[in-house]
Design a protein around this ligand. Structure first.
Ligand code: ATP
Length: 297
């Protein structure tokens, strides 16, 4: 007898996300992966607390899994296409939902197939289509191993905000605030120098790409270079760099948004950079697990 992630979460009084992490970190004996979900033995005991991994040990685990995956048979073109299509739908749904888009996962799928949802705003349709196109552009950049520059960031932003003619691909000229955040983005005249500085330190860092990206993402959002679309663009940049380094792209879930926002506050409020690194590493770890499960010898 098995229970689902949702059932285990209810039984143990923890979040679905926490259960998924415990599964993927091998903390629940007897757990097996079934397609996209986990089958947890019905009699499994809630793992002890205090087992939060350090970023370093998570990264070591990720790199072992990545190396293992590299030895498995490559996916066929058709398989890659199918998985990518599924990923784009979920990723577009989650990243846009986080910014107030009202399309559901199913509606996002329909819109990306060219259908119109009667009761939903045109803007929400456009945002879904724009996001898909921006991700496809990112995939092309990965193939060419294009280095991350201000110009590339602006090109990605241009596609994200395709339907907002005047604001796409240009830095903002007015101050902005991030709703609910303590941190105030930099003044417009500082955007350019801060972006240059950020890209320089990102390029010159010798740290593992995941914590390096966590730092980049936090600082990019802190600069908030665009009038709109910073969140979506920033999350596309994470995927550009992850894929260029040979990792699967990640999909920060709408349901995990509280943990995601908290990671910014941990950094800006308490100067703790680890939360975002752990969050990103957790997602990469999960994605590697699902690939490994798919490609069982
Ligand atoms: N406390 C915080 N400090 C810094 N950045 C944050 C904080 N909380 C959230 N963010 C980032 O800011 C983004 C939201 O910013 P904002 O509401 O200005 O959206 P936006 O610029 O319109 O872009 P998009 O619509 O794609 O997010 C979040 O997606 C997140 O990446």
């Amino acid at each position: 007898m098995f229970m689902t992630v949702k059932e285990a979460a209810e039984k143990w009084g923890i979040s679905d996300r926490r259960v998924r992490i415990l599964c993927s970190e091998g903390k629940i004996p007897g757990v097996t992966r079934e397609g996209r979900s986990w089958a947890i033995p019905a009699d499994a005991v809630k793992p002890e607390d205090g087992r939060y991994k350090t970023v370093e040990s998570l990264l070591a685990m990720i790199d072992t899994k990545k190396a293992e995956l590299d030895t498995r048979r490559p996916l066929t073109e058709g398989e890659v296409e199918r998985l990518t299509e599924e990923f784009i739908v979920e990723y577009t749904y989650n990243s846009n939902a986080m910014e107030g888009n009202t399309l559901t996962l199913r509606e996002t799928d329909m819109v990306l197939r060219g259908l119109t949802i009667d009761q939903k705003p045109l803007k929400d349709h456009m945002e879904a289509i724009d996001h898909k196109e921006a991700f496809e552009f990112v995939q092309d950049l990965v193939k060419e191993q294009v280095p991350l520059t201000e110009n590339i960031i602006k090109q990605i932003h241009y596609l994200v905000l395709m339907d907002k003619k005047d604001d796409r691909g240009v830095y903002r000229r007015v101050p902005v605030r991030i709703m609910g955040a303590k941190h105030e983005p930099v003044q417009p005249y500082l955007i350019q120098p801060k972006m240059e500085q950020l890209l320089d330190s990102y390029r010159n860092s010798t740290e593992h790409v995941i914590p390096r990206l966590a730092q980049f993402h936090i600082e990019f959002q802190g600069i908030h270079p665009f009038i709109d679309g910073n969140g979506r663009t920033g999350r596309l940049l994470i995927n550009l760099e992850l894929m260029k380094a040979g990792y699967p792209p990640i999909d920060i879930k709408f349901t995990d948004r509280v943990a995601y926002y908290k990671a910014f506050d941990e950094y800006y409020g308490k100067h703790k950079p680890d939360a975002m690194g752990k969050l990103l590493a957790g997602y990469v770890n999960e994605r590697l697990d699902s690939y490994l499960a798919m490609l069982k010898e």
